[in-house]
Design a protein around this ligand. Structure first.
Ligand SMILES: Cc1ncc(C[n+]2csc(CCOP(=O)(O)OP(=O)(O)O)c2C)c(N)n1
Ligand SMILES: [Mg+2]
Length: 351
């Protein structure tokens, strides 16, 4: 009825207790998508959007410090791709990781508390926004060094092949990261060793304040050409297009154990991080992109296909409450003990 591997925090309770699931929701609205699946996709995107908005507001009140990069505008990518994965598949990304962490099934509290430096955060308050992990569910972070996750993710794909566990690894990077040298060392090995990895370039148009136009030579989707990897470019603002494209690509990577490369065109609605003077793009450009909001578009689509708008309201209120509770729990939670300064340190450098 839903997906094998997409069960965002809180959805089960909502579906079982609050949304009255009826036969109508089993109807197929697309050849490969039922109405109930569409509802969970919308739930997932809205959960990311609300969590990010709450984090942004808390940062503005200085309840969160340090680096913080929001995923607002790019939700359809993490959600669409996750809906195509199997249990046991792996995901790794850069610092813009809150949405991917939520799609691993992690609770908003484990993220917000982490950003507040609280002991109950997923990295015990020691990692912050850029270092979220849920290894048990296949999410391997959350990495602050631009491009560094690419060789690590390629290694995860090597492990899959070595163990013959039939899993694939999704390695996300930005358009800026796609200019890093280590990316191509990894891609070379992936092709040479036939690794089950999908390189996903989230091209949101900018690396910090520098547009891709100014920084990237050639077309990013062709960056695998020299290694014998055919690339494609898709629209990441359209959840259905993301799902349909990745369904086929992931299936092919899994069956052939050959790497793939996809450039996913998208737009980040907020600044690069929380301290972004936004001098490099016009308000008109941002507003034009907001007029094609993937979350709003998908909501309208499910309503057109027969989900009652009152049910959507229930779902949205339910998510708002989840995030509100997560914020409160995180705010009230204690900081780590002082002795924690001496734990989780590499033995070679511990005092
Ligand atoms: C090796 C390295 N160089 C520079 C930085 C500083 N830096 C942080 S984010 C960023 C831009 C990366 O942009 P992109 O890959 O497009 O990702 P996006 O932020 O758009 O998601 C840079 C240069 C860094 N963290 N690591
Ligand atoms: Mg970018």
């Amino acid at each position: 009825m839903y997906f094998d591997n997409l069960m965002p925090y809180g959805f089960k309770e909502l579906a079982e207790n609050i949304l009255k699931l009826n036969a109508q929701q089993n109807k197929m609205i697309l050849p490969n998508l039922s109405l109930s699946q569409a509802i969970i996709l919308y739930y997932s995107m809205y959960l990311i959007r609300k969590t990010e908005e709450t984090i942004g507001a808390a940062y503005g009140r200085r309840e969160i410090g340090g680096f913080c990069h929001l995923y607002i505008g790019q939700e359809a990518i993490a959600v669409g791709i996750k809906s195509c994965l199997n249990k046991g598949d792996k995901t790794i990304t850069a610092y813009r990781c809150h949405g991917h962490m939520l799609m691993s099934g992690a609770s908003p509290t484990s993220i917000i508390a982490e950003l507040m430096g609280k002991a109950m955060g997923c990295s015990h308050g020691k990692g912050g926004s850029m270092h979220l992990f849920n290894i048990e569910e296949g999410f391997f972070g959350g990495h602050g060094i631009v491009g560094a996750q690419v060789p690590i993710g390629t290694g995860l794909a090597f492990a899959s092949k070595y163990k013959k566990d039939n899993s694939v690894c999704m390695v996300y990077m930005g358009d800026g990261a796609a200019n890093q040298g280590q990316v191509y060392e990894a891609i070379n090995m992936a092709k040479l060793w036939s690794l089950p990895v999908v390189y996903v370039i989230e091209n949101n148009g900018y690396g910090m304040g520098t547009s891709c136009e100014r920084a990237c030579a050639g077309e990013l989707y062709k960056r695998g050409d020299g290694y014998g990897i055919d690339g494609v470019r898709i629209n990441g603002m359209d959840l259905i297009e993301v799902r349909n494209s990745f369904d086929a690509i992931i299936e092919q990577v899994r069956t052939t154990s050959q790497p793939a490369l996809v450039e996913v065109m998208c737009y980040r609605y907020k600044g690069h991080s929380m301290s972004d003077p936004a001098l490099y793009r016009t308000k008109e450009e941002v507003n034009t992109a907001k007029n094609d909001d993937p979350v709003v578009n998908f909501k309208n689509m499910i309503i057109e296909h027969g989900v009652m708008s009152s049910d959507v309201d229930v779902l949205e209120d339910y998510i708002k409450n989840i995030v509100k509770v997560a914020y409160k729990e995180s705010s009230d939670a204690p900081m780590p003990e002082e002795s924690e300064l001496y734990t989780d340190i590499c033995p070679a450098v511990s005092l």
